[in-house]
Design a protein around this ligand. Structure first.
Ligand SMILES: [Zn+2]
Length: 398
């Protein structure tokens, strides 16, 4: 049977096709047949191995923050695909850990799933994804809940590991004492499968965007390069293209970057129902925390990666038939975020709502409560107003 691993789009659009291709060289014990909704529960030995070896060898530190802000929403909105285990040996996801390696410019090791439902993210990967832009030392292990861009990137890394859990990929690892019959292409196909699984988890969570995966990939590539020769993973460039193509497909080709050959797009287009293209020029996002006035506030996230987030969310709304004036509204931020500081700024959230349960946070903007103290400078205000207008015009709103 012909392998289709190099046909990148197929990996994302045709999981079943990949399943057929991959099982032709599966090993006897280890390699799990690939197929959607084909979950393989972890073996008891994986749990034992985690506690006897992995936990102390990697100095893993349990993170309540990641369990509450990343794992819990992914589970809540994907109950058919992932769930929390009720006990140590029960099937399901378990504690989430931080592995204390890496820095704000080093996420070379990202997440890992050593087996048994236990997943860790490295300190470096969280710091890198939380920063306003790659290389900034102004970052944190606990981004605020309104930093939907950072949280989506972190969630993308965790969701990818959930894919390894779902198919029980760690069992093929020789670390667990199994005969390791996998070859490089098995590992690459496992990684592509985990990517595909992960972005589909992001798709269902209101505050996480499939575009968060583009952010995580972009920052990884900032350190390691787009076209490196990774041992196991597809290149960052091919992962980027897979996720970007998935976003376009969600939108039925109604969203696209201005420059599809670039990874640095702060500009994208949305086609409205009449087929007219609206140019969305996304400004950088500012933090409401620490805000003093228009000239004294911190950058929260850069325009390129804010654009990735927004485009992924708009694509969901188009896919779910709610990118229109009847389903898109601007609402008070306190309804969605708990971390907004008491002070002079409020947050207004753009929401696309399909029904009572399913919705997406498209983006948000800050507004000052005080008459002569603006959140945006005149120039920033103009950029934001243009951005918001075109975004809303593309829904058909007038
Ligand atoms: Zn992986």
């Amino acid at each position: 049977m012909k392998l289709i691993l190099n046909t990148k789009k197929k990996i994302l659009t045709g999981i079943m096709a990949l399943a057929v291709a991959t099982t032709t060289y599966s090993s006897a014990l280890a390699y799990v047949p690939i197929g959607e909704n084909y979950h393989i529960p972890a073996a008891k030995m994986e749990v034992d191995n985690f506690f006897s070896k992995e936990l102390s060898a990697n100095n893993l530190q349990r993170s309540d923050f990641l369990e509450r802000n990343i794992q819990a929403p992914l589970i809540k909105y994907n109950p058919q695909k992932i769930w929390k285990a009720k006990s140590k040996y029960a099937d399901g996801l378990k504690f989430v850990y931080i592995r204390p390696i890496g820095t704000s410019t080093d996420s070379d090791v990202g997440g890992s799933n050593p087996g048994g439902g236990y997943i860790s993210l490295t300190r470096g990967s969280i710091l890198v994804n939380s920063a306003p832009f790659f290389g900034s030392a102004d970052t944190t292990l606990t981004p605020k809940d309104y930093n939907i861009y950072a949280l989506s990137a972190i969630a993308s890394d965790y969701a990818h590991e959930c894919g390894h859990w779902y198919y029980d990929d760690p069992l093929v690892s020789s670390k667990l004492g199994q005969s390791d019959q996998t070859v490089a292409r098995d590992l690459v196909s496992q990684e592509a499968r985990a990517d595909a699984f992960g972005i589909r988890l992001l798709e269902n969570v209101p505050q996480f965007s499939v575009g968060g995966d583009l952010n995580s990939i972009r920052r990884g590539a900032k350190q390691s390069g787009w076209y490196g020769n990774p041992k196991e993973h597809p290149t960052f460039d091919s992962r980027w293209k897979n996720t970007y193509n998935y976003i376009k497909q969600m939108s039925n080709n109604r969203v696209r970057f201005e420059n599809e050959n670039s990874h640095d797009n702060g500009v994208f287009y949305i086609k409205d129902k009449q087929g007219k293209d609206w140019k969305i020029v996304v400004p950088k996002q500012y933090d409401v925390y620490g805000f003093v006035d228009a000239n004294n506030k911190k950058e929260l996230y850069n325009s390129y990666e804010r654009a990735n987030y927004v485009m992924g969310q708009v694509a969901w709304a188009i896919k779910n038939n709610c990118w229109d004036a009847n389903h898109v509204s601007i609402e008070d931020g306190t309804k969605y975020f708990k971390d907004i500081p008491q002070g002079d700024v409020t947050i207004k959230v753009i929401v696309a709502r399909k029904n009572n349960k399913e919705y997406k946070i498209i983006d948000w903007g800050g507004t000052s409560k005080v008459e002569n103290k603006n959140f945006y400078s005149a120039e920033q205000k103009e950029a934001f107003d243009n951005y918001l207008s075109n975004l809303l015009y593309s829904t058909g709103m007038r």
